[in-house]
Design a protein around this ligand. Structure first.
Ligand SMILES: [Zn+2]
Ligand SMILES: [Zn+2]
Length: 328
């Protein structure tokens, strides 16, 4: 058995990636594989896409016996890439010049388009995990791209909700969220000419933030240089705010939610979600019994109070960052 396959959970209706070969990943070596001059990082570059050396999904997966119900298997088909965000070994987006973060966004778009050209790929998801407390020991700033042969459940759910919302209210759910957030102005943290950064009304994590576009953009490769700069600008503020609030050991996940690449839904909008486990500098929230056992999140506190803290932190840093926008 290769131990490298998808397994269907017939109770929850979702795929699990079984990646038996990934058990022994050499994460704790002293050599940084992403610093310039390494075997994979030759030449001049600001941002670099590399194949993941320990891919959970690949375009040439081992064949699998599909199995018999209720235990269905699928091939571990897909793409795993690493995006090295900068030649510098330390830091985060707020330490990288704006034009280079824009290059990073444009590269995510290019990779999305390229990966989507494979007929098996349904969904392309760039994301970043940062921080020792969520298990990332490789400090060189890097993101990843996972591309799936299916639309992930979280995205399907967002699309279904957007379609349902249109049926009931006759509007676009993303446009209405942005309109209401700007109108209420209680949870908005930062805004520029293309994007708004906010803690959502429905935040699950204490300092969760989302970036929503103010125009109809669905996929990363629709962004031109100017709109990529505006998204990069909002991302620099988001991660800068986390550092400002939680100190140098901060941790977060950043996920790009874009439309499915084959079955693009009219209602969908590109957005970025940041989840951080921080309750404070040294206290973390764990997703525990209720969160995992019921998929019900308890929000300790109220998002509007935390929005104030986030806004104050943003006020302190946007001068240093030469940001393009303003605090709403
Ligand atoms: Zn490095
Ligand atoms: Zn989303």
């Amino acid at each position: 058995m290769s131990g490298h396959e998808l397994r269907w959970n017939p109770l929850l209706g979702c795929w699990i990636i079984v990646a038996g070969h990934r058990k022994e990943r050499p994460w704790h070596s002293t050599f940084c594989p992403f610093c310039p001059g390494g075997p994979e990082t030759q030449g001049e570059w600001n941002v670099l896409a590399l194949p993941n050396r320990y891919p959970a999904l690949s375009l040439t997966p081992p064949g699998v016996d599909k199995g018999e119900k209720p235990f269905t298997r699928g091939e571990a088909l897909g793409v795993c890439e690493v995006i090295v965000e900068t030649p510098s070994h330390e830091g985060d987006f707020q330490n990288i010049p704006l034009e280079q973060v824009a290059e990073y966004i444009l590269l995510l778009g290019e990779r999305t388009r390229k990966i989507a050209s494979n007929s098996a790929i349904e969904y392309v998801m760039p994301f970043k995990n940062k921080g020792v407390s969520i298990g990332v020991s490789l400090t060189h700033p890097h993101s990843q791209i996972y591309a799936f042969p299916f639309i992930p459940p979280r995205i399907s759910r967002e699309i279904a909700s957007a379609i349902e919302y249109r049926k009931i209210y006759g509007g676009n759910i993303f446009e209405d969220i942005v309109r209401m957030e700007l109108l209420e102005s209680k949870r908005t943290v930062y805004i520029n000419d293309g994007f708004v950064l906010l803690i959502p009304f429905y935040a699950m994590w204490p300092y969760e933030m989302h970036i929503y576009p103010s125009s109809d953009v669905k996929l990363l490769y629709e962004l031109d240089k100017d709109s990529a700069s505006l998204l990069a600008d909002a991302i620099r503020v988001a991660t800068g705010v986390y550092e400002e609030l939680f100190g140098s050991e901060y941790a977060y996940m950043m996920i790009f939610h874009q439309a499915p690449v084959k079955r693009v839904n009219e209602e969908y909008r590109l957005h970025v979600e940041f989840y951080t486990p921080h309750l404070s500098r040294d206290r973390l929230k764990y997703a525990a019994g209720v969160e995992w056992g019921a998929w019900v999140f308890t929000y300790d506190g109220v998002p509007e109070d935390r929005a104030r803290e986030l806004r104050e932190a943003a006020t302190r840093i946007i001068g240093k960052l030469d940001s393009l926008g303003r605090i709403p």
